[in-house]
Ligand binder design. Structure first.
Ligand code: UDX
Length: 460
């Protein structure tokens, strides 16, 4: 822990698990670098301050109605949050900035999905830095959307899905980011806003490291004339005890269950915090897992199967056919699971946090992406880093069984483990003194401490 430096950072995370986790990890990293941390959080998915008692918290009321708070259309939910959080955030932020009893605010760190932070920070002459929670490659692709639209790759046409996107090899049209919504324009607005918010910031931070995404980071440095700080993998920078926030409580029974399994024998299955399945897909997964005859630990979030509360669609007798080989939970302590010696493969939706966590523990992946950046992450895992097997032809029990067997019992899995151990070593090196993320973090701290003078120049 470094000495307190007399400066405060205000953080505004987006209240979704895959965005909240890296923001809290970043908060811990910067706390250990000497900053005081104030977190503004929303009543929707609010935080429990006792999990990080060294931070100061301010709760803003987002006033989402009951129906808005359970909105399944992700982009509509984001639009509600943007509309309803703007005013409460502005008031809260202004009062924090003017509070002379606390350390001066060095900058705001926000998630670019919130579209109002730039104007609020600017009006109060406070510099703002972005945390991009996805990969650098995703940001590079998102920033090139006007070009990709001009070339006719987007909107994606069924007839072109398999076509290579030559500007972003090895991506294919089907891998380009998209989030479906009742109004397709919402996605393009989000993409436009992400790029605008990033360009207007004083810098942006990535949960990645140079050796993993060198090419994308170089592209971004050429395109954006603002500092970029790849300081990840975040979760390896902070002590495990100061780990993340959870909206669902973790079921630790899975660790005792893993303790009873043979080394590298278990397939861990989790599709993150947002993706949903229909009943037919759910059953294909269940039978694919059962038929593979491998032990599995499966996270099924309540409500993630359309029309069901939890496991109701499983046929009676399913559990008996497993003979103890399967363990199903609602939410797992994922980082601990991936670090467990019994886990041999991670079947993932390829969310960016999950991808990084798997890479850092050296666990090969089966990739079933659903939306957003996940298709791109899956392509990188399978075709660039060659540490994942991309299930490209939908969810079908025979195919699932073959994929599991090929990673568990054939050479392919061992070859991936060899590649992963090299990447994992690079991830460790980059965090050590002299490593790229270590250096980038020091640069970030210097940059934040220099922002006061920069902000004055920019606003004069
Ligand atoms: C979403 C998008 O899906 C993802 O593509 C984007 O990069 C971030 O926002 P999410 O679905 O939440 O993310 O996936 P992911 O990015 O993988 O984050 C999930 C987090 O929840 C991970 O940190 C993971 O460790 C944690 N998790 C997941 C658990 O702690 N327990 C679980 O059972 C499942």
């Amino acid at each position: 822990m470094e000495q307190r430096n007399g400066r405060r950072l205000i953080l505004l995370p987006l209240p979704l698990q895959g965005h909240m986790n890296p923001m809290l990890e970043l908060a811990n990293i910067l706390y250990f670098k000497g900053f005081s941390i104030t977190i503004i959080h929303t009543s929707f998915n609010s935080l429990n301050p006792s999990t990080h008692p060294h931070f100061t918290y301010h709760l803003i009321s987002d006033n989402l109605s009951e129906s808005e708070a359970v909105e399944k259309d992700l982009l509509l939910l984001i639009s509600h949050l943007n509309r309803k959080c703007y005013e409460p955030f502005r008031e809260c932020f202004a009062s924090l900035v003017s509070d002379a009893s606390k350390e001066p605010v060095a900058c705001l760190i926000s998630d670019p999905v919130f579209d109002f932070t730039q104007s609020v920070a600017e009006s109060l002459k406070i510099p703002r830095i972005m945390l991009r929670t996805g990969s650098a490659s995703f940001t590079a692709v998102i920033s090139a959307f006007p070009l990709l639209q001009g070339k006719g790759y987007i909107p994606k046409l069924d007839s072109r899905l398999g076509e290579p996107v030559t500007e972003f090899s090895p991506l294919r049209v089907k891998d380009l980011p998209v989030i479906n919504s009742s109004d397709p324009e919402r996605f393009f607005k989000l993409v436009h806003n992400l790029t605008y918010q990033t360009k207007a910031s004083y810098g942006f931070i990535f949960n990645t490291f140079e050796d993993l995404e060198q090419h994308a980071l170089a592209t971004l440095r050429k395109e954006f004339h603002i500092p970029i700080f790849p300081i990840g993998p975040f979760h390896k920078c902070v002590p495990a005890t100061t780990s993340t926030s959870r909206f669902l409580s973790q079921d630790w029974s899975c660790i005792s269950w893993l303790n009873t399994q043979a080394q590298k024998s278990v397939i861990y299955v989790s599709f993150g915090s947002i993706a949903t399945l229909d009943e037919a897909q759910f059953l294909e997964i269940a039978w694919g897992l059962a038929n593979s005859k491998q032990p599995f630990l499966w996270v099924v979030r309540p409500g993630s199967i359309s029309g069901s509360d939890w496991l109701e669609p499983l046929p009676s007798g399913f559990h008996e056919t497993l003979n103890g080989r399967g363990h199903i939970v609602k939410w797992a302590p994922q980082k601990e699971v991936l670090a467990h010696q019994s886990v041999g493969v991670f079947w993932t939706h390829s969310g960016w946090n999950s991808t990084l966590e798997s890479i850092c523990e050296g666990v090969p992946m089966i990739c079933t992406p659903f939306f957003g950046d996940q298709m791109l992450n899956a392509r990188y895992a399978s075709d660039v880093w060659e540490v994942g097997l991309h299930l490209e032809n939908g969810l079908e029990r025979g195919e699932i069984e073959r994929a599991i067997r090929s990673l568990m019992m054939e050479k392919k899995g061992d070859q991936m483990r060899d590649r992963l151990s090299k990447i994992k070593e690079k991830a460790n090196i980059c965090l050590r003194q002299g490593g790229s993320s270590y250096q980038s973090l020091n640069d970030l701290v210097d940059h934040i401490l220099s922002l006061e003078s920069l902000a004055l120049i920019k606003h004069d």
